[in-house]
Write a protein that binds this ligand. Structure first.
Ligand code: MRU
Length: 350
């Protein structure tokens, strides 16, 4: 089976898989500058919180490489503008801001360095963000899979697999690992309206990995739970607040309420880079609102009467009291999350 590499550095360019074209076409694009990359993130050709972090880290390296090639006098200001451009692409996934902060630290550390050395250091930091994320995914997969009961059917929302990270994925990484271990026997995949990351992307990944799955409309989840056909729900996260509230793809909150009602474990899987200790609770998470056309249309075809209004938040917030466990690369955090998240992040910082 070929490895899925949604973003990689190749010959001085950032090669990315255009996820808007999946599953019909597997098209790779070489971004020669940060503007192409920023546009790809805005239109969700590159998406998923950890992968967005990886992409922006490479984006800063790309701006530095272009400045070094053209010998521009104001290279540092071009790199600073690239950081501002990338920071403005999407507001919710904190991994984006975390990765840009790592690159800012490189800039500060190398304030007297010549441009070629600075460009090299920014690329090496981006590569580190990428490979560390792959390692984090492996750790989450091992921890999360150990928490699932043998023979479980699980439900997931959106796409949290290799397409969303620098490695094997967060929630979907756990699911695939648990299937390999024999703990998961079947995966129910929410289609995830409006942009169908479940039906298009998670199904594509499970198909590649030969994991048995069934796509359902988002509104089918409650019935499946009532019939006892699902034993656990696993989702990723775009930002986890200090008190354990979780922002993730819109529809996650409704699933958590359903899981609570049916007394079923609700697992959130995310790397520690998704935890925002500056954010006290879910109310403080900036929620991206997207173009209403993403709701009124599918694939360019209008579904609604002309003139219909629509509301398109990309994410919602699941309150911490609906979450059973938060699985990270530093271990599993259980309630009370205020305490367990703090001690986990303190420990991860060393
Ligand atoms: O709008 P998207 O497709 O970027 O949203 C992605 C999600 O909500 C994922 O569940 C989240 O990033 C965690 S996946 C690693």
């Amino acid at each position: 089976m070929t490895e899925i590499r949604p973003v990689e550095w190749r010959d001085g360019r950032v090669r990315f898989l255009d996820q808007t074209l999946l599953p019909e076409r597997e098209t790779y694009v070489d971004a020669a500058d940060e503007h192409v990359l920023a546009d790809a993130i805005r239109r969700l050709a590159i998406r998923g919180a950890p992968l967005i972090g990886v992409a922006v880290a490479y984006g800063v390296a790309l701006a530095a490489a272009r400045a070094a090639e053209s010998g521009v006098a104001d290279a540092r200001s071009r790199i600073a503008s690239a950081i501002d451009l990338l920071a403005a692409t999407r507001p919710t996934a904190v991994n984006l801001f975390w990765a840009l902060e790592r690159q800012r630290q490189v800039l500060r550390r190398m304030s007297d360095a010549a441009l070629p050395a600075l460009a090299e250091a920014l690329l090496s930091e981006a590569r580190a963000v990428h490979s560390e994320d792959a390692d984090r995914c492996d750790r989450m997969a091992a921890t999360g899979a150990s928490l699932l009961k043998t023979g479980s059917a699980v439900l997931t929302h959106c796409n949290s697999g290799a397409l969303a990270t620098g490695g094997r994925g967060t929630a979907l990484g756990v699911i695939v690992r648990a299937w390999e271990d024999g703990a998961v026997r079947h995966v129910y995949v929410d289609e995830t309206r409006p942009l169908l990351q479940g039906a298009r992307l998670t199904a594509w990944e499970l198909e590649q990995r030969k994991v048995p799955y069934t796509v359902i409309t988002d509104s089918t989840a409650g019935m499946l739970m009532a019939q006892g056909r699902v034993q656990a729900v696993l989702v990723g996260a775009d930002r986890i607040a200090a008190n354990g509230d979780v922002a993730n793809k819109v529809g996650t909150y409704a699933l958590a309420v359903l899981a609570h009602h049916h007394r079923m474990p609700f697992l959130v899987v995310a790397p520690t880079s998704t935890i925002d200790m500056e954010c006290p609770n879910g109310g403080a998470v900036p929620i991206e609102e997207r173009n209403a056309a993403e709701v009124t249309q599918i694939g360019g075809t209008r579904l609604t009467p002309q003139g219909a209004t629509a509301y398109a938040p990309a994410f919602d917030v699941t309150p911490h009291d609906l979450i059973t466990v938060i699985v990270t690369d530093a271990g599993a955090a259980f309630p009370p999350f205020g305490d367990s998240i703090r001690s986990m992040t303190d420990h991860a910082k060393g």
